[in-house]
Write a protein that binds this ligand. Structure first.
Ligand SMILES: [Mg+2]
Length: 249
């Protein structure tokens, strides 16, 4: 059975907020490239599409190597990718490239939306006086932008963003710092998120009750060391589990 929680740590991306981080954005790229192909004097956009793919591969590889640049926003990274692609097909045009990249970024961001039932769950837990933390990896600018846009800040006692904190999941400090701030202990803490390693396995290593948020019903990864303490496909199931844990006592 689930222990009655005093505090709950929530992941943001693809848990409270659908950003479709793991979804292949190929179709959106295709649409935006088609719209801007003429800017690169590329009739059908095929050369540009190929150049963007190659440039993205190179730039992501170098970003992953150099930790220095890891807090660049996705928007900036996309601009670099597309600028380089224009150059690679002999059509250097930074303004045109930026327009294309920004159109992609805008359309991608416009598709972000709160997960079904997420606010209801946060409100329910809040009314029950559960201490809540948002523990999210990533850059301050991009994560703060999402938190502001969806007015999430007031739902939480503590907001912990990797760049601001100086550490992120699965670093043990990410979990311990959040629990210290909420004045809770692992035995009465839940963590909820979609990333099997960051929000299930790592928190479980520290004795936290881990709930895998798995709306698309994925299988437990083959290399997983253990099963989650609990798995849910919808936020409403978190409320059900919480109410069951309250009845236990
Ligand atoms: Mg996530």
């Amino acid at each position: 059975m689930a222990p009655k929680p005093k505090a709950i740590l929530f992941d943001l991306d693809d848990t409270l907020l659908n950003t479709y981080r793991h979804q292949n954005p190929e179709e959106l790229w295709r649409e935006v490239i088609e719209q801007y192909a003429h800017v690169a004097n590329d009739t059908d956009g095929a050369a540009l599409a190929n150049a963007i793919q190659q440039s993205a591969k190179r730039i992501w590889e170098s970003l992953l190597e150099s930790k220095k640049q890891r807090w660049q926003s996705m928007g900036e990274i996309r601009r670099s990718i597309v600028r380089r692609a224009f150059e690679d097909i002999g059509q250097k045009n930074d303004d045109g490239a930026d327009h294309l990249a920004d159109t992609f970024t805008k359309r991608r961001e416009d598709s972000f939306h709160l997960a079904d039932g997420a606010l209801k769950t946060l409100n329910h837990l809040r009314e029950a006086n559960i201490r809540l933390a948002l523990v999210t990896n990533g850059a301050s600018t991009s994560q703060r932008w999402k938190i502001d846009r969806f007015n999430l800040e007031h739902h939480f006692d503590h907001i912990q963003i990797e760049e601001e904190a100086g550490f992120g999941k699965p670093d043990p400090r990410a979990y311990h710092h959040a629990m210290e701030t909420l004045e809770t202990e692992a035995a009465s803490t839940w963590m909820i998120g979609d990333n099997y390693h960051w929000e299930v396995e790592a928190p479980q290593d520290h004795g936290i009750f881990a709930i895998w948020y798995n709306p698309t019903n994925l299988d437990v990864p083959e290399d997983a060391a253990r099963d989650p303490n609990h798995a849910v496909e919808h936020h409403d199931a978190i409320i059900d589990l919480f109410e069951a844990s309250r009845r236990e006592r």
